[in-house]
Ligand binder design. Structure first.
Ligand code: ATP
Ligand code: MG
Length: 238
C-alpha cells in the first residue's frame, strides 16, 4: 500500500511550511517519503512554473494557464508520483488538481466539466488518499505573503553578496503573477475550495491555519497518523 497526501489552501496559508514539516517528521520516523510541489517538482515542471508565475506574463490566456498547470502535473505524475507510489511509499504534494478547480474554475470562471476532462487527461484520475486544507481567509493569507515579500526584499538589500540558496527563491519573486490578482479573485477561490470540500468530505480535512506553525503541524500529524499503519518502514542501517 502507498499513500498520496496533498496540501491545499489559499496563497500564504502555510502549505509549503506544513508539507516540509510533515516530510521531515515522517523521514525521521523511518517512513519512505518524498515531498514535491505543483506546478514543478520535475525539471520540465519547474520550467513551466517559471512561465506561470512570471509577473511580466500579463497576456496569458486562461486556457493557456490551465493547460500549462496540467502539463506540469502530467509530467510530475508520470516521472515522480506514480513510480514512487508503486514502491509503496508516501508522496506529499504541495497543491494538486483541486487547485485547478479552485483557481481556474471558481477563480477565473472556467467551465468545471471542461477542467475535469483536462485534469483526467493529465492525471489518469489519480486522486489523493488525503487532502489537508489549510484554512485561512484570503486577506490573512495575502497579508502573510506581503510580509514575507517585504522581509525577502530587506534580506536582499542587506546581503547583496550572500551565497545563493539551493531553493528557487532567486528566480521566483515572493510575490508572483498569481498572488497579484485582486482580492475578489482570491475570495472566489476560497468559496471554490469550500464547495470542493463539501462535495467530497471523506478525502478532505480542514485545519485551522491561523494557529502557530507547530500547532498546525501537530494537527496535520494527527490526521495523517491513522493512515500510516499501511506503510512499511524503511529498513534501518545497522
Ligand atoms: N501558522 C503560521 N502562522 C504565521 N505565519 C505562518 C504560519 N505558517 C506559515 N507562515 C508564514 O506565512 C508565509 C507563507 O507560508 P507558506 O509559504 O508556507 O504558505 P503557502 O501556502 O505555501 O504559500 P503559497 O501559496 O504562496 O505557496 C511564510 O512567510 C510563512 O513563514
Ligand atoms: Mg507554497
Amino acid at each position: 500500500m502507498s499513500l498520496f497526501i496533498t496540501f491545499e489552501g489559499l496563497e500564504g496559508s502555510g502549505k509549503s511550511t506544513q508539507a516540509r514539516l510533515l516530510y521531515e517528521r515522517l523521514q525521521i520516523r523511518g517512513y519512505p517519503v518524498i515531498l514535491t510541489r505543483e506546478p514543478g517538482g520535475t525539471r520540465i515542471g519547474e520550467m513551466i512554473r517559471r512561465i506561470l508565475v512570471d509577473l511580466k506574463h500579463t497576456e496569458m490566456a486562461p486556457t493557456t494557464e490551465t493547460l500549462l498547470f496540467s502539463a506540469a502535473r502530467a509530467q510530475l505524475i508520470s516521472e515522480l508520483i506514480r513510480p514512487y507510489l508503486a514502491t509503496g511509499g508516501i508522496v506529499l504534494c504541495d497543491r494538486y488538481s483541486d487547485s485547478t478547480y479552485a483557481y481556474q474554475g471558481y477563480g477565473l470562471g472556467r467551465d468545471l466539466d471542461e477542467l475535469h476532462a483536462i485534469t483526467k487527461a493529465a492525471t489518469g484520475d489519480l486522486m489523493p488518499d488525503l487532502t489537508l486544507y489549510l484554512d485561512l481567509t484570503a486577506e490573512e493569507g495575502l497579508e502573510r505573503k506581503r510580509l514575507a515579500a517585504r522581509v525577502n526584499r530587506g534580506e536582499q538589500l542587506m546581503t547583496p553578496s550572500s551565497p545563493s540558496s539551493s531553493n528557487n527563491a532567486q528566480q521566483e519573486p515572493a510575490w508572483n503573477r498569481l498572488d497579484a490578482r485582486d482580492l475578489e479573485y482570491h475570495q472566489r477561490v476560497a468559496t471554490g475550495f469550500q464547495e470542493l470540500i463539501q462535495r467530497d468530505p471523506q478525502r478532505w480535512r480542514k485545519i485551522d491555519a491561523r494557529l502557530p506553525v507547530h500547532e498546525v503541524a501537530h494537527l496535520v500529524e494527527l490526521e495523517v497518523e491513522p493512515l500510516l499503519a499501511q506503510i512499511t518502514l524503511l529498513e534501518q542501517d545497522s
